[in-house]
Structure formats: C-alpha cells, structure tokens
Design a binder for this molecule. Sequence first.
Ligand SMILES: Nc1ncnc2c1ncn2[C@@H]1O[C@H](COP(=O)(O)OP(=O)(O)OP(=O)(O)O)[C@@H](O)[C@H]1O
Ligand SMILES: [Mg+2]
Length: 271
Amino acid sequence: MDKCKIIAVANQKGGTGKTTTASNLGNAIAREGRRVLLVDFDPQANLSMSFGIENPDELTMSMHQILSLVMEGAELPGSSEYICRGERLDIIPSNRNLSVTEVNLRVEMSSERILSELLEPLRSEYEYIIIDTNPALGLLTINALAACDCVIIPVSPQYWSATGLTDLLQTVFKIKKRINPRIGIEGVLLTMCDERTRLYRKAKELLDGFCAERIRIFNTQIPNTVIAGEANLHSVSIIDFDAKNKAGLAYAAFAREVIDDEGGNGKHATA
Ligand SMILES: Nc1ncnc2c1ncn2[C@@H]1O[C@H](COP(=O)(O)OP(=O)(O)OP(=O)(O)O)[C@@H](O)[C@H]1O
Ligand SMILES: [Mg+2]
C-alpha cells in the first residue's frame, strides 16, 4: 500500500484551532478504519497532550531526538522506537526540545527537508499523516510545508486576518516553486463559529471575498463549544470526549469531506 496523504495543518496566527483540528481530524479519519499518524511539530506539544501524553517533556524519544538523528545522518531506530501507538491512531510526539531543533536547523544543509526525510519512508505504513504546526512561519512550519501533500488552514472568526492569510499563501507558493512542487491548499476550515454573532457573519463575508474562486472553504464549519476546553482538560480529542457533541459531529463531517477528496491535492493557491 502506498497511497498516503500527508496533510499539514497550518496558520501562523495563534489559537485558530490547528491542534484541535489535527487531533479531531485524525481521530475521525481513524474511526473510518484508516491508518493515521499524527505528527506533533509544535514545541508547545498540545497535540501530544491531547493524545494522552501528560508530560511530554519527560519523553526520552520525541521529535527532537529523532530529527537530531536525521540531521546527523545516523541510522534511525525502528519506527516503534519513536512512534507512540494508540488504540486507533499513532503519534510522533513533541516537547519543548523541538525549539532546540529549530535553532539547530538554522545551520543545517537543506534544512527545509529534514522532516520530509523522516516522513517519506512512513508513507508505506499510513494512509494519512497529519502534521500539527506551531504558530509561526519559521523553519518548523517550512519543514512541515516541505513535507506535505496539502495544507488545511483553520481560521477562526475571532482572529480573521487577511494579511496573515496572504503571508501564509505566499509562503506556500514559494515552497511550491522552490522545494515541494506537489503541495496544494486543501482548503480553509472555519473553526469556533457562532453563526448568531455579527463577528461570525462579518468574518465569513471577508473570508468568502478573500478566497473567491481560488481557495476552497470547506462546507463543514466547526461550532464554538465549551466541550473543547473540557476535552483538553482530560487530554483527549473532542470526538473521544463526546462524539455526539456538535463540534465532534462537525469534525466527523469534515473528515468525510477530506476523505472524499482522496486522489486530489486540493486546489493550488494562486496567491
Ligand atoms: N470549536 C471550538 N470551540 C471552542 N473552543 C475551541 C474550539 N476549538 C478549539 N478551541 C479552544 O481554543 C483554544 C485554541 O485552540 P487550539 O489549541 O486548537 O489552537 P492552535 O491554533 O493550535 O493554537 P496555537 O497557535 O497556540 O498552536 C484552545 O483552548 C481550544 O480548546
Ligand atoms: Mg496548536
């Protein structure tokens, strides 16, 4: 089997729902019987925590260690040494040390491709690899964009920023031109939506205008829910916490949209 799609969940703005989306999309796709690997590529390690890893900083093997081996050109241990296996899906966890990796990347040759070097051989083991990125357009996010087939951009009405989105699209465009020609924008996902508010309606109008014909906005929107915080507190995804919750159901519908797009890499940004 070698039909794996690598998805990066990215938006350099903080708190737009990247980690929540990576976690719940991964869980929802895994519930459809697909083999899914989550990749925590943020030193904040929120995705690792939502997977149930309570103290990521105590891990002896995390993204930092395995990428250090990749950078040294050393032989990698078997994947079971650095992939944590869960009931339905797996994760390569991260912790604060990933910030050290980012510093080390600055002096590395072809530093944008280090994550790709790690993930490419794993394509044969998974149908979906979902990378959660940190809120910045630095070397970590660039590595994630260089390693992926497509990008999902969570946008929250509270943090709508046309300039932010333009910067991200321009970065994707440059990556496409210089490093990773197959990258495409899978789409924009509206998160934390409260359709009754003026803020939501205004942000949606601006987003519709911004995306127009060139970028897909997923039909599914993720509603605002207090359950998101409760799920965090219990170190599980919303879907695992309460699959019948409106946001849990929305993430399941969103996963369907992503799966139905199989074969395509989404529309390409023309920004
Ligand atoms: N649908 C939702 N309804 C209400 N709160 C939500 C929802 N989705 C996420 N949240 C909350 O919003 C906060 C930010 O979400 P999340 O951590 O997923 O964003 P992020 O983009 O990964 O943040 P960062 O940029 O710091 O990595 C969290 O406290 C999360 O619990
Ligand atoms: Mg996050």
